[in-house]
Design a binder for this molecule. Structure first.
Ligand SMILES: Cc1ncc(COP(=O)(O)O)c(C=O)c1O
Length: 387
């Protein structure tokens, strides 16, 4: 009898070239703010295109925090946030003392839309934060038009959206700031890590100083070693050279990584698309390029209350899954205690948390894994439907 498969939801794709790149840094003597960090910023900017400026940071949450600090969002300001996201999107708003205003999502994509955002804009609104949910880009032109009508900043959380484009433009380059994550299960990894991106050189330069104690000169810009001044407050949110070297090496395979995800997603989607009471988060907007972070199935009708049962069976068959995200952020204990639930009814976000499951599509999957996932998941969900 052959052993049961063990297919993880995600596994970092690390090659010998990646290992060599990190070891070369260790064999040198510059372990932070050096050439690898600069190379990663330059090469990520080239990958994004459209004249992007990039600042490598210690995480996506750090990039989000820097964005609000840089734009001086603070107490008394409201920031519109999606209820359906990772807490980091909202924690960054809380840390600067502003008030998050939770908005529900489009049930087909999990994204905020201009129509959903508009009724929540008040005289205190200063910014809109959008998340490109599971790699499906938000319809940014409509959101930017709304933001410009009310003079609002737009902060894009692109944590799971490396490769997501709208009308060919990479996400993160529509709004005033884009924030990426290189956490291990993401498209690219540096262990922990992130990137702040902007269309404006002066914003990137200011954020670059803010992430490094607020000093006025980087290590390479000092006329005499050890000499600098500090015109403003700052943090240490830098990425190390070890991480940046891994990022540069990972970026060399980004197109292959995205191609594999696209193929895996298409194969799984075709296996589930006609199943009753099952829908798949995706976009049919021809302007939208999904980066296929995962494939999220949503169970409805008689299956609506059977997600956990389905997941247990799927995991039992050796297939890893995840949930994006376990609760709307407005229903997480900290936020519920602080803001209460009144006025925060987010039925679509709640439906995704309760009724969806994320299946793997990453480059770690072999062709036979995809075949196995398609067949096994269809059989398990089909079985529950007919019980
Ligand atoms: C939408 C979103 N934003 C932010 C983050 C936080 O990223 P990081 O771990 O790099 O801070 C995550 C992590 O999964 C995320 O999914």
């Amino acid at each position: 009898m052959s052993a049961a498969p063990n297919i993880p939801f995600a596994r970092p794709w690390v090659t010998d070239d990646d290992r060599k790149a990190v070891l070369e840094v260790l064999d040198g003597h510059i372990l932070t703010h050096g050439p690898q960090g600069q190379a990663f910023e330059t090469e990520f900017a080239q990958f994004l295109g459209d004249g992007a400026f990039c600042v490598s940071v210690s995480s996506c949450m750090a990039a989000l925090h820097l964005a609000y600090l840089h734009f001086r969002i603070g107490p008394g300001d409201e920031v519109i946030v999606p209820a359906q996201t990772h807490v980091a999107t909202v924690h960054a708003v809380e840390w600067v003392g502003a008030t998050p205003v939770f908005v529900d999502c489009d049930p087909r994509t999990g994204n905020l839309t201009a129509e959903k955002i508009a009724p929540h804009i008040t005289a205190r609104t200063k910014a809109i934060s959008v998340v490109h949910f599971v790699g499906i880009p938000c319809q940014m032109p409509a959101i930017m038009a709304l933001a410009s009508r009310y003079g609002l900043l737009v902060i894009e959380d692109c944590a799971i959206a490396v490769g997501s484009r709208y009308q060919g433009r990479h996400v993160g380059l529509f709004g005033d700031a884009g924030c990426f994550s290189f956490y291990p299960v993401k498209h690219l990894t540096t262990g922990e890590g992130g990137m702040f991106v902007s269309r404006h050189r002066e914003v990137a330069e200011a954020v670059g100083r803010l992430r490094a104690f607020g000093v006025d000169r980087s290590y390479t810009e000092r006329s005499m070693p050890g000499m600098y001044d500090v015109p403003s407050l700052g943090l240490n949110y830098r990425m190390s050279e070890l991480q940046a070297a891994l990022g540069v090496a990972q970026l060399r395979r980004v197109h292959e990584n995205l191609d594999r995800r696209r193929t895996n997603f298409a194969r799984l989607k075709s296996a589930f698309v006609h199943m009753p009471h099952v829908s798949i988060l995706d976009s049919d907007d021809p302007c939208s390029t999904n980066s296929h972070y995962c494939l999220s199935l949503v169970l409805d009708g008689p299956l609506a209350k059977r997600r956990d049962e389905a997941v247990a069976k799927i995991n039992g068959a050796g297939i890893g899954t995840s949930v994006y995200y376990p609760k709307p952020v407005s229903q997480m204990i900290y936020y519920r205690n602080k803001y209460g639930e009144a006025g925060h009814a987010v039925p679509e976000a709640s439906r995704l948390s309760r009724q969806s499951m994320a299946l793997p599509v990453g480059p770690h999957l072999r062709e036979e894994d995809i075949g196995y996932i398609a067949k096994t998941v269809a059989t398990i969900i089909g079985g529950l439907t007919h019980e």
